[in-house]
Design a protein around this ligand. Structure first.
Ligand code: PEP
Ligand code: MN
Length: 445
């Protein structure tokens, strides 16, 4: 049995009062079909291995927190479309295939800094994501409810169904991607990117005209990832593969362990060390080389390429100092690590009126620091991990539309962290494409 994690310290777990109900729900989940399949998971590991060698570039993106209410056809479609469009721009910039992975179909649980939320004289359990409890500030809603795990499973199933239809059924067809930058043309920064955009348009047109492998272009692989936070759910989704003796976590293709739960002795690392999926670990500014080496040993004892991904989120201020020695140590030990940049989580600020936000320029600055660190050490910058949405929200400051603090109040919908909106996401893709084309000229030494 897969129970060793139960003997370890499990941080960030809900306190369920109805334990019998939790057991009943997890038993039901164990009998349900997996959400993703072993062969897809293995294919992704292979694609991540290529990214580790610099032969492809990873784009992982989506909401900070999915919610049941926003798992609508339109919102899923816009998100997928945004990621596919960014993929076209990045692929052109890098002259490499882009591995597209959504933060989607499972991103319903959040780690929180405090267990309770106080308002006036009252104090209630904190909102931990729709997979756990409701956001409304009432005792009833904030109670952790195990039946939400089953509800999440159903939402993930519906989301994946739509993803498969869109990405295998012609939605990503090159003729449609042809129109990939419609909508962005009205962006004030468009003229800056016009020649790159025109180059991409001509390249796509040429491919269609030359009858290039249209089949391969129509059907895109689009993978699902989330933070593997709720151990009862994740454990219940682990299944033996039909074709080998491995165990696979069928809750998503790629699972990551968050900054707050990555202790080498903790239950999250223990559980995920048992499955064959590619596993990511977030690394904040306090991460050390010995921690990363220990994590890679535990999560990838055979040192297989593509199995272990480090997602750095150190902050624009710190990355240029903190990351290079870690890269050098990992390189010296010969460890197979795919490196991704999460330029969001080390750069969160609060406005004077208490709104959680980030600035576009600071986010991009961390991406530049990420590339410069890899260039200085001679390691491979494998890709990006971004919080984004396909909607026109106003959550992140700056970008070409130059969103200001006043604008944040217009359409701030994220329940947890601020996301790049559709325009800011495309702009980020263009900026990173430029970096990939030109190399980075930063000198870190
Ligand atoms: C997140 O990805 O939403 C998150 C909470 O990240 P981290 O664990 O890096 O803080
Ligand atoms: Mn977040």
């Amino acid at each position: 049995m897969l129970e060793s994690w139960r003997t370890k310290v499990a941080k960030q777990q809900p306190h369920y009062q109805a334990e019998d109900k939790l057991t009943e729900i997890t038993q039901t989940l164990r009998t349900r079909p997996g959400l993703v399949y072993a062969t897809e998971i293995e294919r992704l590991t292979g694609e991540l291995a290529a990214a580790g060698r610099g032969e492809s570039f990873v784009l992982m993106g989506g909401d900070c927190a999915e919610t049941f209410a926003t798992t609508t056809e339109e919102q899923i479609r816009l998100k997928i479309q945004t990621i596919l469009q960014m993929g076209v721009v990045l692929s052109y910039g890098a002259s490499l295939p882009v591995v597209k992975i959504g933060r989607i179909a499972g991103q319903y649980a959040k780690p929180r800094s405090l267990d309770v939320e106080k308002r006036a004289d009252e104090s209630l359990p904190v909102y931990r994501g729709d997979a756990v409890n409701g956001i409304a500030y009432t005792a009833e809603e904030r109670q952790a409810d195990p039946s939400r795990l089953l509800e999440m499973y159903q939402h993930c199933l519906a989301t994946l169904n739509l993803i498969r239809a869109y990405t295998k059924g012609g939605f990503a067809d090159i003729n449609l991607l042809h129109k990939w930058n419609e909508g962005f043309k009205t962006n004030p920064a468009y003229s800056r990117y016009e020649s790159l955009a025109e180059d991409i348009r001509r390249a796509l047109k040429f491919m269609v005209a030359s009858g290039a492998e249209i089949e391969g272009l129509r059907d895109q692989d689009f993978y699902a990832s989330h933070e593997a936070l709720l151990l009862e759910y994740e454990a219940a989704m682990i299944r033996p593969a039909p074709h080998n003796d491995g165990l696979y976590n069928t809750s998503g293709h790629f699972l990551w362990i968050g900054e707050r739960t990555r202790d080498i002795e903790g239950a999250h690392v223990e559980l995920l060390s048992k499955v064959k999926n590619p596993i990511g670990v977030k690394l904040g500014p306090t991460a050390t080389a010995s921690e990363v080496l220990a994590l890679s040993e535990k999560l990838n004892p055979q040192n297989l390429p593509g199995k272990f991904t480090a997602i750095t989120r150190m902050g624009a201020e710190q990355i240029r100092n903190v990351l290079p020695p870690i890269l050098a140590a990992v390189q010296a030990e010969g460890k197979e690590v795919v490196w991704l940049s999460d330029p969001m989580h080390g750069n969160t600020i609060q406005t004077d009126s208490g709104i959680k936000t980030r600035h576009f320029d600071t986010i991009f600055n961390e991406v530049e620091g990420f590339f410069a660190s890899h260039q200085a050490v001679g390691t491979v910058a494998g890709g990006l991990h971004i919080e984004l949405t396909g909607d026109d929200v106003t959550e992140v400051l700056g970008g070409a539309e130059n969103l200001t603090e006043v604008d944040l109040e217009q359409r701030y919908e994220s329940l947890v962290d601020p996301r790049l909106n559709h325009q800011q996401s495309l702009e980020m893709a263009f900026r990173v494409a430029e970096l990939l084309q030109n190399g980075t000229n930063e000198n870190l030494s």
